[in-house]
Write a protein that binds this ligand. Sequence first.
Ligand code: G3P
Length: 218
Amino acid sequence: MKFFVDTANLQEIQEAHDLGVLDGVTTNPSLMAKEGIFGHDNVMAHYKQICEIVDGDISAEVIATDFDGMVREGELLAELHPNIVVKVPMTREGVKAIRHFSERGIKTNCTLVFSAGQAILAAKAGATYVSPFVGRLDDVSTDGLQLIEQIVHIYGNYGYQTQVLAASVRHVMHLVQCAELGADVVTCPLSVITGLLNHPLTDIGLQKFLADHAKGNK
Ligand code: G3P
């Protein structure tokens, strides 16, 4: 399972990269705004900086909601770097844009997916990745992980090449369960990835090893 970090914060991206287990980055307009990145030139420059840190797929989202606008923006984004994946929302116009990009060899990430039907459409349109939002479904009393299971199953039935990118992954158990269910990718904050490190028995065990070693050196 690939690990993507879900942030536009360069420091976090660098830290995730330095850990040695990072496969890519996802961003969205909210995450860019959180970092104070506004305006076309600043946004493009920021994506370039991310591409310089991480050698893996970097999702960059279009803002336009009409087909022509999405195509225009997506083509500009794709020209920035070969690792850019154009992130397109799951809408009628978005599906058309995904088909357009897929026919031209431009990678896409279909975002804001909340149902299996939407995921089938994304695969049919030729999306590289589909992003079901696990945490946001949980937020409205719907089992987000069940959707991951359903999509993995459906894609397996037909051998769809679209990769299941579990998004809105909020905690370690989300991540572990996505792995159990066979998601191809998870995207999450850095804290979820580093959270995987934690186990009190590891800390206690290490303390004991070091204490025992120190006894021999007295
Ligand atoms: O990748 C989508 C993600 O950014 C949404 O996460 O926690 O805002 O639902 P969250």
